[in-house]
Write a protein of this length. Sequence first.
Lengths: 321, 277
Amino acid sequence: MLNKLPITNKKAVRVAYGETLVELGGLDQNVVVLDADVSSSTQSKLFAQKYPERFINVGIAEANMMAVAAGLAACGKIPFVNTFAVFCTLRAGDPLRSVVAYPELNVKIAGGYSGVSDSYDGATHQSVEDIAIVRSIPNIKVIVVADATEARLATMAAAKLKGPVYLRLSRAEVPIIFDADYHFVFGKAHELVPGDDLTIIANGYMVYKALEAVRILNQKGIYPRLLNMHTVKPLDEEAVLKAARETGAILTVEEHSIYGGLGSAVAETLGQNYPVPMKIMGFNDRFGETGGYDEVLAKMGLSAEEIVRNAENLLTKKAKR
Amino acid sequence: MLTAEEVTRLQTEAAEVRKEAIKMATRAGTGHLGPALSITDILWILYSRFLRYDPKNPAWPERDRLILSKGHSCLALYATLAKKGFFDESLFQTYCNKLHTLLGGHPERDLPGVEANTGSLGHGFNIGIGMALAGKADHLDYKVYTILGDGENQEGTIWEGAMAAAHFKLDNLVAIVDRNNLQVSNYVDRVMNIEPLPEKWASFGWGVKVVDGHDFHQLEEAFSSVPFVEGKPSVIIAKTIKGKGIPFAENKVEWHHKVPSAQEYKELDEMLGLGAL
Ligand SMILES: Cc1ncc(C[n+]2csc(CCOP(=O)(O)OP(=O)(O)O)c2C)c(N)n1
């Protein structure tokens, strides 16, 4: 279920994730956790404190970590690999592709500090291309987490799924959108707000921005449908096509490049099956930068106001068809 | 040999660099202060006595290059570059404090004096190898200096590069390992032991010296005897103290990415004379 706006309760996604790792550690002896010297950032340190014998800090050596995880998985372990999203998809990208994904080993890859959530460290520590990378590699399932509640549910789901799963996490303290009744179903879009004027499809922190935008749009008499597309791969094509048929216009919003992420996935589906006016909001072929989190996002055009503006533009396009 | 006066002067000036680093971090409420303070003396003696550069012409082809491979220590680099005239000290105010600042959380080439966008560990050193190769190809006699973290030595790319630099006989390349014994999560030897470090570098074909990274005499002696071995790249393993200059931060793991609180700043102000932020 959805918490009502305005939401004042916040919790860091990374903390919820770290707590869930501990929970998983108690449920399954095969869960092992790896980190590359950033366990205080990823919060895998919570697991390290509880289960030191099942925690492996490989040092600053991400490529090594990924291949070691493959070996552990090949021996029946369920390794959770932790580092910044940029390092686990790019620094360790080759072993992720060729020794984890290709043989479909049961490795869970937790991309911490994704998007620009590590805003002050600048572009080298931020990640706006990770989804494009993992989405293009066969056998990897991709989940983007929106808040602390979803972080827990998605992590539990990832552990149950067989094969490689990429969990996109965040450093940021973000509003808790979902209450305890929230039903997370891997691979299924979650309809947060019903509506027929157009559909906004978002994931990650952008779900909250989209909720704010919906509130503004409602005041203007516009009623969009809002889908939380937490699973980017496999994409819930049925929900996308249903939205296209029923609302006639689609706006996607993500904290990621406009290339290769959620927007691309949705566009691929629409373009080949049921084209309707659409707009992809995200990083317009550019790197992030140093600054406050919301400040950097706003500069990239990722704010409730910009979502509203783009929604209105889409409605105009839809009316002209 | 440095005279006693020269040493005192270097110490006094390096202390000023430290103060600016502390002030920037405190003002912005973010930054990697501990890692900056361990390399301040190294940077200062290099820019004061060894590097060839013209701050008014930062793109001068014959300049020596310095690459901060452990890019997160940029606070010390920013303060040093400004004090050496690459840009105005008023820019300190913008450190992580406004969008599109030139003084971000990691160094970027847009800032005069910065040679490489570092931050992703285990690459800056290798960029330096490319620059050293280019120097040889262009028959320019510049040197390339790169500063690495000790934890950074855990990255495989460092050893790929160490092998390549020796293979290509890059005696115009100098690596400095900031051996402060700490990384983010713990002491380096507890996370992933890198010793025997001098022997490792030597076995990869490098000339090696181990010095106290806060002793200007030892640093002077080491930098003036580069290359240590004809036809080989040189590495200086500099024993340092993470957080050097902030008594309560020295050798403390949490000061990797911690900044002084208001109370701590007051304390430091009384101790070091930092002045208003
Ligand atoms: C490839 C990569 N992995 C991880 C990080 C995150 N990180 C930033 S600083 C740091 C520790 C560096 O330790 P060390 O090299 O010993 O330098 P120190 O800060 O101790 O001087 C880590 C792991 C990074 N910047 N780049």
